[in-house]
Design a protein around this ligand. Structure first.
Ligand code: SF4
Length: 335
């Protein structure tokens, strides 16, 4: 982690809403607003990995898609190295795509089954006009494949995805994301489809690639034990809001938000091979079209007070760099 380095990516009060049709009394369909991201402030320094954790449906993947330019934000800003990239035109988007890459959950789905690995890795170089000729692109692709742990790389270059294991395919997906030398990488549940025995190796590879190349990395997971293992800082997301954000070890030692507490209680072991369970958290997260009044966590919160049902808490800095959004620590009322 490089806390003294520069911020690579930053969001300022970022929101993403969708119009959705919902059934009313089982019959009439009405249009409602789904607030997938509801005003988030995040930043990632160069060489740093930020873990974004929360239950399914909390807005993590929508956040990734908005940051990668796959969805336009409804409001707020996304800054990349100080430049506002919230709304890019087509040619700006092409150059942004080179800088921002993603590793997906399913390595088999994300690789073209008809392409040999060398084509998968050389194609993005060709699209972006990198490398003087085919031979140079081949060498660049081979180098990154070796760095991703697939050696001898010249042999893996000739394989098809179906000739590789799940872990090897995810290493190819990481190599493909890095071959363009991006500044910013998002990995969405990068090991959830893999056998537990190989998860730690893939996470170590991701962490070292992000640190050594001084990228800004965001790793998304529902599993806080995995986030604890890989990330320098952690942001806890609940129903479209970041409810707590801090240095990972500081958050493990002292978590302030009752939701972070519940997540940590459910996953006390930092070993990513130990299965994570949310059973200790009562009830299910409400739908993002029916966000509760006041603090959105109040229907599930064991420490809920009267004020929590009416007034949305503000984000406050409770310790240096440690942000929390909860009435237990003051700061009533959100603008
Ligand atoms: Fe619980 Fe109230 Fe804090 Fe929300 S604001 S997390 S309901 S104590």
């Amino acid at each position: 982690m490089n806390e003294n380095g520069s911020k690579v990516i930053e969001t300022i009060n970022l929101k993403k809403e969708f119009s959705v049709k919902v059934k009313n009394k089982g019959k009439i369909r009405e249009t409602r607003v789904l607030k997938a991201i509801d005003g988030i402030n995040l930043h990632v320094y160069e060489g740093e990995t930020l873990g974004l954790v929360g239950e399914s449906g909390c807005g993590k993947t929508t956040t990734a898609k908005v940051l990668l330019g796959l969805y336009p934000p409804s409001s707020g800003k996304i800054m990349l190295e100080g430049d506002d990239i919230s709304h890019l035109n087509r040619s700006q988007m092409k150059s942004f795509r080179k800088q921002a890459q993603m590793v997906f959950q399913d390595p088999y789905e994300s690789l073209n089954p008809r392409f040999k690995i060398k084509h998968t890795l050389m194609e993005p170089l060709e699209i972006h006009g990198i490398g003087k000729n085919k031979k140079e692109r081949y060498e660049m692709a081979k180098k990154i494949l070796g760095e991703a742990g697939l050696r001898p790389a010249e042999q893996f270059m000739e394989r098809f995805p179906h000739e590789m294991s799940g872990g090897q395919r995810q290493r190819v997906a990481i190599a493909r994301a890095l071959v363009l030398e991006p500044t910013f990488l998002i990995a969405d549940e990068p090991v959830s489809m893999l056998d537990v025995s190989i998860r730690a190796g893939i996470l170590k590879l991701l962490r070292s690639m992000i640190a050594e190349r001084k990228l800004a990395g965001i790793v998304i997971s529902h599993d806080i034990s995995l986030i604890r293992y890989i990330s320098d800082r952690t942001a806890v997301m609940y129903l479209g809001k970041i409810v707590e954000q801090a240095n990972t070890e500081a958050l493990i030692k002292k978590r302030y938000h009752p939701y972070s507490e519940a997540l940590l209680e459910a996953a006390p072991n930092p070993d990513p091979e130990v299965k994570f369970s949310l059973e200790k958290i009562k009830g299910e997260a409400p739908n993002a079209v029916d966000i509760p009044s006041g603090c959105r966590f109040h229907p599930r919160c064991p420490k809920c007070m009267e004020i929590c049902k009416e007034v949305e808490p503000k984000e406050i800095e409770i310790e240096e760099g440690h942000m929390v959004m909860c009435h237990l620590y003051g700061g009533a009322g959100n603008e």
